[in-house]
Design a protein around this ligand. Sequence first.
Ligand SMILES: [Zn+2]
Length: 124
Amino acid sequence: MDSKQLEDIKKNLLAEKKRMEAALGSVSAPDKGEHVPGNYEAKFPNYGDDPATELEDNSPNEVADFQNNLTVTSDLSEEVARINAALVKIDAGTYGVCEKCGKAIDPKRLKAYPAAAHCMDCSK
Ligand SMILES: [Zn+2]
């Protein structure tokens, strides 16, 4: 893979990362307890308290949406981690090599999925 192709992939990865982080921002907040970049905590939605009891109302909607936020947060943060790993490998000059078998990953696969860490055979 030449440096021009790598530049393009890096641009794609950075754009993708931005998109993921924007999406993460709507369902989660950075995990303040851990101070690890890329760690996110799903938001618990609050659609208002129950006026009848004046107690905080964790309504079924809030719980369902929180479950959804958890799933989306974990999917997206895994993807961000994969993108970060790919970016590190680009800078280290080891990008495009399968992490499992050490063979070059098919450029077509990398084009379709730039964050791929494994070749087609190993990801099966
Ligand atoms: Zn492989």
